[in-house]
Design a protein around this ligand. Structure first.
Ligand SMILES: [Zn+2]
Length: 280
């Protein structure tokens, strides 16, 4: 993918090296802050986040990770342009998501998550969380090579944000407890496959409007779509990120839906909820 020197998104929050746990060390310090904050009517979480960190400055800069960060920022910028345009065409306004980079563990509105969870989107705070080391794993463990494999993952997570903006995420979450676990699992699969489709729509525009797709890119994304059945989705808007026990659709399904988005670039073709589950 041609990405060098292109616009980078400003919506990248770099929390690498900050651990993610309460930076004051929790315990009594945290309790004191919570009490003080409550007395002054301040959201204690805000204060805990503002507390100075000691680790931040001492983290050495890794050139490989810095390059990954720039790449992710460029892909995110592309998704902003593309989804901004698609939403505008429907008379709607696209609210850009944030991407939070972290190492090891992170606190989100969906609770604490470790890097082992893989990249995830948290609907309540509308942020995508990712530990950049996942992309090395994508290559070494899942065998998905190349920059477009990474771009696919970013676009898939942004796809979850698009679903959230469209109100689909809430609809699915509202079904939890209302339907059998099996049926809820199927809804989750529909949501995942649609995120793959939306990643494909991004790829369509990257090729046709931006002309940044290079030979072999499509295959890289297909390989990643087939390899990663492992991303994590937020199951309860109120709860934590739970290592998921459900499937994301078969590799063949994931590839097919990505391909469909890539070929058509037409959002209306991605109604994974409107067709028979067996036909997905
Ligand atoms: Zn997903």
């Amino acid at each position: 993918m041609k990405w060098s020197g292109r616009r980078e998104s400003g919506n990248v929050e770099d929390r690498r090296g900050r651990g993610g746990r309460m930076v004051v060390g929790g315990g009594l310090g945290a309790i004191v802050i919570v009490v003080i904050a409550t007395l002054f009517g301040v959201d204690p979480r805000q204060m805990l986040e503002l507390a100075p960190t000691t680790q931040q400055d001492s983290v050495p800069v890794d050139p490989h990770q810095e390059e990954l960060k720039r790449f992710v920022s460029v892909v995110l910028a592309d998704t902003e342009d593309i989804w901004g345009e698609i939403f505008a065409r429907q008379g709607a306004t696209y609210q850009k998501p944030w991407v939070v980079l972290f190492t090891e563990q992170v606190e989100s509105a969906c609770g604490f998550a470790s890097a082992a969870s893989g990249p995830f989107y948290c609907p309540p705070d509308q942020k995508v969380y990712m530990d950049l080391s996942f992309f090395d794993e994508l290559q070494s463990r899942f065998g998905a090579q190349g920059d477009f494999a990474i771009a696919y993952v970013v676009a898939h997570e942004v796809g979850h944000h698009v679903q959230n903006q469209m109100g689909l995420t809430d609809k699915v979450h509202a079904m939890q407890g209302q339907v059998s676990p099996e049926e809820y699992n199927r809804m989750s699969v529909r949501l995942e496959l649609q995120a793959d489709f939306l990643a494909g729509v991004w790829a369509h525009y990257a090729q046709n409007s931006l002309d940044v797709v290079e030979p072999g890119d499509f295959e890289e994304a297909i390989a990643a779509a087939g390899a990663v059945g492992d991303d994590r989705i937020q199951r309860e808007t109120s709860g934590r990120v739970i290592p998921d026990a459900f499937t994301h659709g078969t590799s063949a399904q994931r590839i097919a839906w990505f391909q469909r988005g890539f070929t058509t670039g037409d959002v209306s073709q991605g109604d994974t909820f409107g067709i028979d589950y067996d036909d997905l």
